[in-house]
Design a protein around this ligand. Structure first.
Ligand SMILES: [Zn+2]
Length: 399
């Protein structure tokens, strides 16, 4: 991307401004607590129009009667910004597109008059937005963009252009809770090269959310969207409160032997399928202890048959059904371990009314797998495979 930016910058630097009133001379980015600031340096005052679009999430800024004439390469994307593109949009409109990992909105946007040796500056502060806030802002933008003929046809669309209206949504969307394991003080498993399980599973979780939401068939609730600690009980509670139709907990394992590898799908059971899985459940169940939470009095839930008997059979059957489908689907994309569907007393899978599975994506203790687990391409493929599995599961249930 940096190279592409450099090429673009070179092209734009030499392009003659098309008689626009202002020149766009620079783009700077900075990080502040909870905000990412974007400063656009201009040769004069200008009108601008900011809107958001999704799939991927992005903020589009059209600066009226302005032409690009950068004096320096724009700052690299940072903070909430994942990628940046810019260029001429309509005859006299300069467009800046900021692609973001998560839904964001502009907390503030204002023009600063020249001061302290600096010229006119358009300042935009971006902040993370809730799904609801973002959706309403996006719908507003789409409605505006698709209403009566645009005043000027686009000369070249370097940004989003006008997206087609989304297809009508089915009346009820299934709710999927995506649960990236660990977080905050609890890093989870550690990779040979220092990768933290909590980071890998958050990355995959976000991608899974994006792919699921893009289908238009799911409402997605994340148990965490950043690096924070959430107790196992709270994760279960989030799923129940969301009245989730499915709960998918994402993890990555570590083993003493580096050669051990492969993904597995786990469900709740009063008896563990094997010693190894029993030990895995014990490790995963320690999350609360690591965070210094007192789970005295509930620690024995893991082996408490009476409590587990309260778990509805139906829920457990559905969990197992999803696990089987998931093994089939992700097995096409990533390597599975032997007997990929296993079970034990995982505390995070204990919602009595929400079918729940835990996916161990691979082993961070295996150098080859660690490399894959942190690759964006691999993470994307896993997110798509899990989405296929979720689709297949709900298709089955509708029969
Ligand atoms: Zn884990």
């Amino acid at each position: 991307m940096i190279r592409l930016l450099a090429i673009l910058a070179a092209v734009v630097l030499t392009a003659a401004p098309a008689g626009a009133a202002s020149l766009i001379k620079g783009v700077r980015t900075g990080e502040h607590v909870g905000l990412t600031r974007v400063v656009v340096d201009l040769s004069g005052e200008a009108e601008w129009n900011l809107f958001v679009l999704d799939d991927p999430f992005r903020v589009v800024i059209d600066i009226e009667d302005a032409a690009w004439q950068l004096e320096a390469r724009p700052d690299p994307p940072r903070g909430l910004i994942r990628d940046m593109r810019y260029g001429r949009f309509a005859a006299n409109t300069g467009r800046l597109v900021l692609e973001t990992e998560l839904p964001v909105l502009a907390e503030r946007q204002f023009m600063l008059a020249p001061a302290a040796g600096q010229g006119h500056r358009l300042v935009i502060d971006l902040r993370p937005a809730s799904d609801t806030e973002f959706r309403s802002a996006r719908n507003e933008a789409v409605a505006r963009l698709t209403s009566p003929p645009p005043a000027r046809p686009a000369v070249r669309d370097l940004g989003a252009g006008v997206p087609p209206l989304p297809p009508p949504r089915p009346a009820t969307r299934m709710t999927v809770v995506v649960d990236p394991g660990h977080g905050g003080v609890d890093p989870g498993a550690l990779g040979v090269r220092g990768t933290h399980e909590k980071q890998v599973v958050l990355d995959v979780g976000r991608r899974l959310r994006d792919v699921l939401v893009a289908t238009g068939r799911y409402r997605v609730v994340m148990t965490r969207e950043d690096d924070r600690f959430i107790s196992l009980r709270d994760r279960v509670e989030i799923a129940r409160r969301a009245r989730a139709d499915l709960f998918v907990s994402l993890h990555a394992d570590a083993a003493p032997r580096r050669s051990v590898g492969g993904a597995g799908v786990y469900t709740l059971s009063e008896t563990a399928s094997d010693k190894e899985t029993e030990a895995l459940a014990r490790r995963e169940n320690q999350s609360d202890l690591l965070a210094g939470m007192d789970i005295a009095g509930s620690a024995d839930e893991v082996t408490n048959l009476i409590l587990i008997d309260l778990v509805q059979r139906e829920t457990m059957n559905n969990s197992a059904r999803f696990a089987r489908v998931a093994v089939d689907e992700i097995g096409r994309t990533i390597e599975l371990r032997s007997n990929p569907h296993r079970f034990a007393g995982f505390r995070v899978l204990k919602a009595p009314d929400v079918p729940s599975v835990l996916v161990e994506l691979g082993f961070l203790s295996n150098p080859d797998e660690e490399r894959k687990l942190i690759s964006r391409d691999w993470q994307d493929r896993v997110a798509r495979a899990l989405t296929e599995a979720i689709d297949a599961y709900f298709r089955l249930r509708q029969k």
